[in-house]
Design a protein around this ligand. Structure first.
Ligand code: SF4
Length: 320
C-alpha cells in the first residue's frame, strides 16, 4: 500500500484457503502465502459456496459434467443436480458482496464451485476436459469484471503474484481517490503518479490514459472517471515485462543522473543492466533509484506509485 495510507485491503477468499475445515473431506487447504505473508495487510471475507448452499461437512464430492461451455454441477455418487441451486446462491451472494467494496478475490483452484481456470468437466463417454470454471467463480467474474481475481495455485508464480497484488492495491488507491470527491486537477495529479507504473505494463494504455486525462479538461464527469478507472485496471492487468521495467528504470535514471557523479551514474547503469540481463531482481536498481530520488529531492518523482506500489514486506520484486 502507499506507505502510511493505513487502511487494510479487503479480499474475498475461498474459506478453505484460510485453514477453515470446510472441504468435502472435513479438511482445509491453508495457503501460507495468503495467511502469513499477505494476511497482515488484509481483511479477509471468507466464503465457502458449498457450505453456504447447505451441503454438509463432510459431504459427497461434486463435479462439473457435460458441455464445458455450460456444465452442470452434480453430486458424483447420486447424480443429484445442484446447478440451479448453486447459480441462485452465487447470483445473490455476489450481489451482496458489492456492498463490501472488495479490492480483489482469491479462489481455490480446481474446485467445481470456486475454480477459476481449467476446472475439470467430466463427460459421460470419454476423458474429462480441463476447460471449465466453477459456478461460483463464474458469477463472481461476471459481476466484477475489473476486479483482480486469482487462484492460489497461480499465485505461486512470482510474476502473477506481483501483478495480482499490484492491481489489488491500485483498486484501493483508485477507490480512495474517488471517495475524496476529486476535482479535474486532482485527476491530472493522480494520473501523473500512476504514469510509470502504467508504462511498465502497457505503453498503449499509457498513451491512451494520457489522452483521456488531457481531454477531460475542466469537466470531470462521472463517465470520464469510469473510463479512466476501467482503462487503468485494464492497463495493470497486462503483465509487466523485464524490457518495459528496464525502459521505466532508464526513464527514472534520466531524472537523477544529472545529480550524480560519474561513478554514481556508472553504478546505477550497471544495476539496471544486471536487472535487464536477469542477473539481479528489480528491487536492486529500484532501491538505488528510490534512494537518489529522496536524497536529491526529485519532486516530480516523489509520488510515483511505481517506486512503492505495495508493501515492501511482501518482497514481490525480490525474485530474478
Ligand atoms: S474450494 Fe470453495 S467450495 Fe470448496 S471447500 Fe474451498 S471454499 Fe468451499
Amino acid at each position: 500500500m502507499d506507505e502510511g495510507e493505513g487502511e487494510k485491503i479487503r479480499l474475498g477468499v475461498s474459506s478453505c484457503l484460510l485453514g477453515e475445515e470446510v472441504r468435502f473431506d472435513g479438511g482445509h487447504k491453508r495457503d501460507l502465502f495468503l495467511t502469513d505473508v499477505l494476511g497482515p495487510f488484509v481483511d479477509w471475507v471468507p466464503v465457502c459456496p458449498e457450505v453456504e448452499i447447505g451441503l454438509g461437512i463432510p459431504r459427497d464430492t461434486i463435479r462439473l459434467v457435460g458441455d464445458a461451455a455450460a456444465p452442470r454441477l452434480v453430486v458424483e455418487k447420486t447424480g443429484e443436480d445442484l446447478t440451479a441451486r448453486m447459480r441462485r446462491y452465487a447470483e445473490a451472494k455476489v450481489r451482496a458482496l458489492e456492498a463490501l467494496g472488495l479490492h480483489g478475490y482469491v479462489l481455490k483452484r480446481a474446485s467445481p464451485s470456486c475454480g477459476l481456470f481449467r476446472v475439470r468437466v467430466h463427460h459421460p463417454n470419454g476423458l474429462p476436459s480441463a476447460a471449465g470454471r466453477g459456478l461460483y467463480a463464474e458469477a463472481l467474474v461476471a459481476r466484477f469484471p475489473l476486479l483482480p481475481i486469482e487462484e492460489e495455485g497461480r499465485l505461486t508464480d512470482a510474476g502473477i503474484r506481483e501483478n495480482f497484488v499490484e492491481r489489488v492495491f491500485a483498486v484501493a488507491r483508485w477507490r480512495r481517490f474517488l471517495a475524496a470527491g476529486p476535482r479535474p486537477r486532482d485527476l491530472v495529479a493522480f494520473h501523473a503518479a500512476q504514469k510509470l507504473a502504467v508504462l511498465a505494463h502497457s505503453p498503449a494504455h499509457y498513451a491512451a490514459l494520457g489522452r483521456l486525462v488531457a481531454r477531460t479538461g475542466r469537466a470531470l464527469t462521472r463517465a470520464a472517471l469510469d473510463e479512466y478507472g476501467t482503462a487503468l485496471m485494464e492497463a495493470l492487468a497486462v503483465r509487466a515485462t523485464r524490457a518495459r521495467h528496464t525502459n521505466v528504470l532508464q526513464h527514472l535514471a534520466g531524472y537523477v543522473k544529472r545529480e550524480l557523479d560519474a561513478p554514481g551514474r556508472a553504478e546505477l547503469a550497471e544495476a539496471i543492466q544486471e536487472y535487464r540481463r536477469g542477473l539481479a531482481p528489480l528491487v536492486v536498481p529500484l532501491t538505488l533509484v528510490r534512494h537518489y530520488v529522496r536524497r536529491f529531492g526529485v519532486a516530480s518523482l516523489a509520488d510515483q506509485v511505481y517506486l512503492d506500489p505495495h508493501p515492501k514486506e511482501l518482497m514481490l520484486r525480490n525474485h530474478v
